[in-house]
Design a protein around this ligand. Structure first.
Ligand code: ZN
Length: 308
C-alpha cells in the first residue's frame, strides 16, 4: 500500500466547532501508522499543477477561489444556508496538495502500485465544475480520473462513492460522459439534495439513495445491487473510491448505522470488482467522516480489505 498525504493538509482551518477539522486527518494517519501486518509506504503529496486541474475546472474559477483567500481570519465561499465552506490563509496549499495527491497517485498506479490511499483534506466530491461547496473546492477524484484518461489513455474509469452524502460534484462533472461511471450510495434525503435514482446521466450514473437508520447488512445489499452490479457491467480499467466514513453509526452529520467492520465488507466488494476488471488498480480518496473514533477504526478496516 502507498499513502499520499502532506502536513499542509493539516493547516487548513475552518473555524471553531467546524466538523471538517484537522484532527480528522490526524486520527486517520495515526491509525494507519498502527497497522502492522500491511507494508505501507508514505509519500508527500505534490502541489497540483493548473494544467491538470483545468482538465475539470476552468482556470478562472480556480483563480477566483484563490483570490478570495483572506490574509487573516476566515471567509465563506457559499451563500446561506450552507455558509460553512471556508477559506483560511493557508487554504491554497492544502487544496493543491489534496488534488496533487491524486495526480501523483495516478502516476504510481500506472507504474505498478496497485493500491493507493490519499489521506487528504479538504475533500472533493461536492465540488462542481464551477462551484465550490460542501467543504470542497477542487474535485480531487474527478481531476485524477481525467488525468488517467489523458496521460495514460485509460478509456473507462469507475468512481465508487460510499460517503454518506451524494457526490453532486462528481456526478455533475461526468453527467454526460459515458467513459466515466459514477456509483454512489448515500443517505437520502440529506445534503446536498441530489442523488435520486432518476438521475442517470447517459446511463453512466448509478445512485443508491438510502433511508436513515439502515444498518450494515441492508446497506450492503443495496450497495451491491444498485452500485456494484452496474459498475461490474461497465468493466472499468481503473477504480477510484470516494471513501467517506460518515455512514458510520457514530457520525454526527448523518443517520446511517454502519459499524467500523462494515467498511471492510464494502471495500472488499470493490476490491473483488477491481480484481476482475481493472487489474486490481484502485486509488482511494478520503472524503468525509466526522467522528474521530469511527474514522480511526474504519480506516483500518478499509486498509485491511485493500491490501493485496
Ligand atoms: Zn460526507
Amino acid at each position: 500500500m502507498l499513502v499520499y498525504s502532506h502536513t499542509d493538509c493539516l493547516l487548513k482551518d475552518n473555524g471553531f466547532n467546524h466538523p471538517e477539522r484537522k484532527e480528522r486527518l490526524d486520527s486517520i494517519l495515526e491509525s494507519i501508522k498502527q497497522i502492522k501486518d500491511i507494508k505501507i509506504s508514505f509519500k508527500e503529496a505534490p502541489l497540483a499543477d493548473m494544467d491538470s486541474i483545468s482538465l475539470v475546472h476552468p482556470k478562472k474559477h480556480i483563480e477566483k477561489i484563490f483570490s478570495n483567500i483572506p490574509k487573516s481570519g476566515l471567509i465563506g465561499v457559499e451563500k446561506e444556508p450552507y455558509a460553512d465552506t471556508m477559506l483560511c490563509p493557508k487554504s491554497k496549499k492544502a487544496i493543491l496538495r489534496s488534488c496533487g495527491a491524486g495526480i501523483a497517485a495516478a502516476d504510481d498506479l500506472m507504474n505498478s502500485n496497485k493500491r493507493i490511499f490519499c489521506a487528504i483534506r479538504p475533500p472533493g466530491h461536492h465540488a462542481e465544475t464551477t462551484k465550490a461547496m460542501g467543504f470542497c473546492f477542487i474535485n480531487n477524484i474527478a481531476v485524477t480520473a481525467r488525468y488517467l484518461q489523458k496521460k495514460y489513455k485509460i478509456k473507462k474509469v469507475a468512481i465508487i462513492d460510499f460517503d454518506v452524502h451524494h457526490g453532486n460534484g462528481t456526478q455533475e462533472i461526468f453527467y454526460n460522459d459515458e467513459t466515466v461511471a459514477y456509483g454512489s450510495s448515500h443517505e437520502f434525503p440529506l445534503f446536498p439534495g441530489t442523488g435520486s435514482e432518476e438521475e442517470t446521466g447517459v446511463g453512466n450514473i448509478f445512485n443508491a439513495p438510502i433511508k436513515s437508520g439502515i444498518k450494515g447488512k441492508e446497506f450492503l445489499k443495496v450497495f451491491e445491487q444498485k452500485v456494484l452490479n452496474p459498475i461490474d457491467k461497465f468493466k472499468p480499467e481503473v477504480v477510484l473510491i470516494s471513501a467517506g466514513f460518515d455512514a458510520h453509526t457514530r457520525d454526527p452529520l448523518a443517520s446511517i448505522n454502519l459499524e467500523s467492520k462494515d467498511f471492510y465488507e464494502i471495500t472488499k466488494k470493490i476490491v473483488d470488482l477491481a480484481n476482475v476488471h481493472s487489474e486490481g488498480r484502485i486509488i482511494s480518496f478520503l472524503e468525509g467522516g466526522y467522528d474521530l473514533l469511527a474514522l480511526s477504526e474504519s480506516i483500518k478496516e478499509h486498509f485491511l480489505a485493500l491490501k493485496i
